[in-house]
Design a protein around this ligand. Structure first.
Ligand SMILES: [Zn+2]
Length: 444
């Protein structure tokens, strides 16, 4: 009797152990595949005509407060604190590129868009679903996918305090921003991180009323989110997208979400929104808005995609809010040459100049879209290439303007809109970041 029990326990144990090993191998296999997918989706591109920074370009870059309005690194299952051999960005690489302030944007749904399809449908199969499954992340709920990424950022930020590497610090208020600027000026190795949402797909909808929308926005704010883009690449319950199939303007829920964002101290990001939505949002909001990562339609040559980029009317509307446009450096935003980044930025300053803006470069920033399934032509560890091409293009930017574009303007945006912010606070915190430094007196 005793022997039979022991045999039975042995058999059950063996089955359980085999199932466990099979499961972990299977999970490890899926996890590996998710990494391979990341590697495939986030390569760097090369432009052989990219400029080579000289001593002064590098010195200028090293002296600046550099701020980037958009990366999607939280979508991938890499340790933020470890230098990865693939993908675009992580804390060590951001630090090497001299990034002081980085917006980490959360993507929750990416419908499959095949090359012959003219618009992105929200009903198309979502590539984030199998990815989340392979990564062992929340699969069903888009909201849970977002909050998982928020926790992942916070866990890395907390852990960064115990490492020898740079500190990663969540920026939630204007006081946080002030401290970050002061600490960076003192030479501390710290990177400020602002959490953003790219597509509030679970906010609003037929079941929701304006109180539900407001409650959802409050939950995001409470969790630390400080930048909110209502749409991503497809039309949703808040607004049409500029790649969506209907491209309608803001819905009632969309207006409610943006009103809540503004009241709570979250920057509104109009990247990806339809032109109709952009027009309505800029007329409705009184705070400066951003388009965090885009190109301009002017001079947009393949592989640049006009729909995804800003028309002159869009640009004027952003400028009227005293907003900031982040220009990216991947081919669908700017075209085949990295020098087009400077041209796109110059196009915006020209429009601002024509509108009578006293300081036309105050509306331009950088929005790299690193780890956003694109092929950027400048590596984060060589961001000084961007500083170089801004100083050396056909219509070069003076160094004070380069300082604005590379970070001072983004600092001003958040200094104005974050909790405790105002135009005066922004000027006090960020005003000196574009001033000439002793470096400016040296020889080129
Ligand atoms: Zn995007």
């Amino acid at each position: 009797m005793r022997t039979r029990s022991l045999i039975l326990i042995g058999i059950v144990g063996l089955i359980a152990a085999t199932a466990y090993v099979a499961y972990t191998q299977y999970a490890a296999g899926l996890y590996y595949l998710a990494g391979q997918y990341d590697r495939m989706m986030n390569p760097y591109g090369i432009d052989p005509d990219a400029p080579e920074p000289n001593k002064r370009d590098r010195a200028l870059h090293a002296s600046m407060f550099v701020a980037d309005l958009h990366i999607d690194t939280l979508k991938w299952e890499r340790d933020l604190l470890e230098r990865s051999a693939f993908g675009h960005a992580d804390v060590p690489r951001l630090h090497e590129g001299n990034i002081a302030l980085q917006v980490f944007t959360i993507v929750t749904k990416s419908p499959l868009n095949l090359p012959w399809q003219e618009c992105v449908s929200g009903n198309a199969p979502d590539t984030n679903t199998p990815l989340s499954f392979m990564q062992g992340r929340p699969v069903i709920s888009l909201r849970e996918r977002a909050f998982y990424q928020i926790e992942r950022f916070k866990e890395a930020a907390e852990r960064s305090l115990e490492t020898d590497g740079p500190e990663l610090r969540l920026i939630e208020t204007v006081d946080d921003l002030r401290e970050l600027v002061a600490d960076r000026e003192a030479g501390d190795a710290v990177i400020g991180g602002i959490l953003g949402i790219e597509g509030g797909h679970w906010v609003g909808g037929p079941e929701a009323d304006s109180d539900d929308v407001r409650a959802e926005m409050e939950a995001l704010h409470e969790a630390g989110v400080r930048l909110f883009a209502p749409t991503h690449r497809f039309d949703n319950a808040l607004s049409g997208s500029n790649e969506g199939c209907e491209r309608y303007g803001l819905t009632e829920d969309g207006f409610a979400a943006l009103a809540a964002a503004q009241a709570l101290g979250m920057a509104v990001d109009l990247a990806h929104i339809s032109s109709a939505g952009l027009e309505e949002a800029t007329a409705f909001l009184h705070d400066p808005v951003t388009v965090s990562h885009a190109g301009v339609r002017e001079g947009c040559e393949p592989p640049c995609r006009p729909d995804r980029n800003l028309s002159d009317d869009d640009i004027e509307r952003i400028i009227e809010t005293d907003g900031v446009i982040g220009i990216g450096f991947w081919p669908q935003a700017i075209g085949p040459s990295v020098w087009r980044v400077g041209d796109a930025m110059r196009h915006i300053t020209t429009i601002a100049g024509e509108m009578g803006v006293e300081e036309p470069s105050r509306h331009v920033a950088i929005g790299s879209d690193y780890d956003g399934s694109v092929t950027p032509m400048i590596e984060v560890t060589h961001l000084d290439v961007l500083t170089t091409l801004l100083r050396r293009g056909d219509e070069p930017f003076a160094e004070g303007h380069v300082r604005r574009i590379m970070g001072a303007n983004t600092c001003r945006l958040f200094g104005t809109v974050l909790p405790g912010g105002s135009p005066e606070a922004a000027e006090e915190i960020c005003g000196s970041l574009h001033q000439a430094s002793p470096l400016d007196g040296e020889e080129a």
